[in-house]
Design a protein around this ligand. Structure first.
Ligand SMILES: [Cu+2]
Length: 340
């Protein structure tokens, strides 16, 4: 409805201007002014620039609240808050520059339009002005780039030693997530060990795998650094955790990683957003094939004590797949017998 109103208003405004222009031209002819070097067209065009300025920035102001309602909730991680601040500072600075230059650009045609009585001022260059508009933007750009670079090097710095480790593997079309279990060491994996059951290719020659577990939800402790070890089994996938401002590609054959610190539990986020159904989530942001939409995984952030409780209560992958493990053992025994 509002857009129709805007359109109708625009057409009306245009009609009014056309009429005014026509009347002024007729008045000109009646006065015998048509022999002037320049008629009213410069004035009308100059005014139209000002109208455009008001309408354009008016529309931005009008739609800004509606558009910003679609933004993500406040970042739920330490580095997320830093990147959000950087984003808004950069947006603010560039918008201010955009606004100021457009005031000059769109108001000048009216104020500096041709007048018979006025002679143009000859001003081929101005060194001071040149220096000002080179140096000021250069300083602002340098500050923006430097703060961005500092934030980036913090984010990509090596993870703290006491980080919780979570392995994430993308495949067409779901995620597999593995925790190191009681020994807090992830077991080795090998693509040759992948089969219908052992989707992550856990190599049981490495005994660290015995206590590893693969839950259906990611749980993270609030306030503790978390290191994600990311890999892909087939094509490019991308680990995207929008609420934590985490995004890192999962690349076949090239493990990647990302570490961050969650700052809000799921319960706190639900209370703050007033949405009892709310969940943090991980989604794939690489258009990785037909079933791409299925690559969603719930993330639960717990208080550290709750997290430890959850961690301790998880059943290991080996104990969930006893038959598979028995078969593996049988194969191993047969091999040993053959060797002897
Ligand atoms: Cu994917």
């Amino acid at each position: 409805m509002t857009s129709i109103l805007f359109l109708a208003g625009g057409i009306l405004l245009f009609a009014v201007f056309a009429l005014v222009y026509r009347i002024l031209s007729l008045v000109d002819i009646a006065r015998g002014n048509q022999n002037k070097r320049v008629g009213y067209s410069n004035t009308v065009n100059g005014l139209l620039f000002i109208v455009f300025f008001i309408v354009f920035f008016g529309l931005i102001a009008f739609y800004a609240p509606e558009l910003s309602a679609g933004f993500l909730p406040e970042a739920a991680s330490v580095h997320g808050k830093i990147t959000d601040d950087l984003f808004w500072v950069t947006t603010g600075v560039t918008f201010a520059a955009f606004f100021l230059t457009h005031i000059i650009l769109l108001i000048s045609p009216y104020f500096f339009r041709f007048k018979e009585s006025r002679k143009a001022y000859w001003w081929p260059d101005n060194t001071k002005l040149e220096i000002a508009w080179t140096v000021i933007p250069a300083i602002i750009m340098a500050v923006l780039v430097l703060t961005g670079w500092m934030a980036w090097s913090d984010i990509t710095a090596p993870a703290p030693k006491d980080s919780e480790v979570v392995e994430i593997m993308g495949k067409q079309f779901n995620w597999h997530v593995r925790y190191p279990g009681k020994d807090r060491v992830l077991g080795a994996h090998n693509f040759r060990k992948i089969d219908a059951i052992n989707a992550m290719g856990m190599d049981f020659n490495d005994k660290h795998n015995v206590d590893d577990f693969q839950p259906n939800e990611i749980h993270l402790p609030k306030g503790k650094p978390v290191l994600l070890k990311i890999r892909a089994r087939d094509v490019l996938h991308s680990v995207f955790m929008p609420h934590f401002r985490v995004k890192m590609d999962a690349v076949p054959g090239m493990p990647t990683q990302f570490w961050f610190t969650p700052t809000e539990t799921t319960a706190e986020a639900r209370a703050k957003l007033n949405k009892p159904e709310f969940n943090f989530e991980m989604a794939c942001t690489e258009v990785c094939g037909q079933g791409h939409f299925a690559m969603r995984f719930i993330i639960v952030v717990d208080e550290p004590a709750e997290y430890e409780k959850w961690y301790a209560s998880q059943e290991t992958w080996a104990s969930r797949n006893k038959e598979y493990m028995a078969e593996l053992q049988a194969k191993e025994n047969a091999k040993n017998v053959a060797k002897k």
